[in-house]
Design a protein around this ligand. Structure first.
Ligand code: BV8
Length: 223
């Protein structure tokens, strides 16, 4: 049985990392147009680096929770059946021992927007850092901003169309194309389950719902 899992910020919430759209979420503190778009970066790279430096530091200090551990356990026991896709840019799935497809990139990778080279991100990035490949002062966090193409979409598309079971864990279903993955999975005839604190705006697309905090619901669902 082929299982495709999509995670969002809710899976890292109990590790102390902020979500985006919950009460006092990140988008209530920052204007996403200023810190999560190429235009915002062009206008004020220092603000964008400050936003991601703070999140990189929080993520580095966070610890995977029982949901990350349970997903890593599932992948370890069924490596050929499970595809884990995450919208998150933290590395908690990896630190729990799972391999995840990062469709929105990673806080821990830097990229050169001149030559597209990538390298492990330093703890603190500034607009004056120069690219280790081409030496131009053109570095950015390797994350996918609004208006940019998410990463690994072909692979993701193939896995969704081959899914027998699709689970969306801790995501509000507000951001595309991730919010449309459940439709692709349903097209493939997959059974679909939404695991969240609440039923989301796309909740009607799922066959079933498991409501509760991921650190409690995911280990039970996995086992
Ligand atoms: C693109 C950057 C095209 C990294 C982010 C239709 C089709 C295609 C595109 C669009 C479309 N309509 C609109 C668009 C444009 C746009 C979009 O979707 N806009 C929205 C706002 C309407 N999409 C894009 O721009 C995407 N790009 O489409 O490109 C293209 C094509 C060709 C060539 C070029 C371009 C790019 C989208 C990626 C944007 N980058 N972030 C970062 O800073 O992290 S998105 C941002 O939202 C985050 O990255 C996050 O990954 C994403 C989704 O958020 P969630 O993870 O769901 O978090 P949220 O806070 O919303 O929800 C948390 C959930 O957890 C809640 O449901 C809560 O109940 C639950 N929860 C909380 N605690 C717990 C819990 N659950 C369980 N347990 C708990 N304890």
């Amino acid at each position: 049985m082929k299982i495709v899992i999509l995670t969002g910020a809710g899976v890292s919430a109990e590790s102390g990392l902020g979500t985006f759209r919950d009460k006092d979420g990140l988008w209530t503190k920052y204007d996403l147009n200023e810190v999560a778009t190429p235009e915002g970066f062009a206008r004020n790279p220092a603000l964008v680096h400050q936003f991601y430096n703070a999140r990189r530091s929080n993520a580095a200090g966070a610890v995977p929770n029982a949901a990350h551990d349970a997903l890593a356990r599932l992948i370890r026991t069924r490596p050929d059946d499970v595809t884990l896709i995450t919208q998150n840019v933290d590395d908690l799935h990896e630190r729990a021992g799972a391999t995840a497809i990062h469709m929105h990139g990673s806080l821990f990778t830097a990229r050169c927007h001149a030559c597209a080279a990538t390298w492990p991100a330093p703890q603190v990035m500034t607009p004056n850092d120069s690219c280790p490949e081409c030496a131009r002062p053109a570095t950015r966090p390797d994350v996918v901003w609004f208006g940019e193409m998410p990463q690994h979409m072909e692979l993701i598309h193939d896995r969704l169309l081959d899914a027998d079971l699709f689970a969306a864990i801790g995501t509000s279903g507000q951001v595309y194309p991730a919010a449309g993955f459940v439709d692709l999975a349903r097209e493939a005839g997959a059974e679909t389950v939404e695991i969240n604190l609440e039923t989301t705006d796309i909740g009607g697309q799922f066959d079933s719902h498991i409501v509760g905090p991921a650190s409690e619901t995911v280990p039970v669902w996995v086992d």
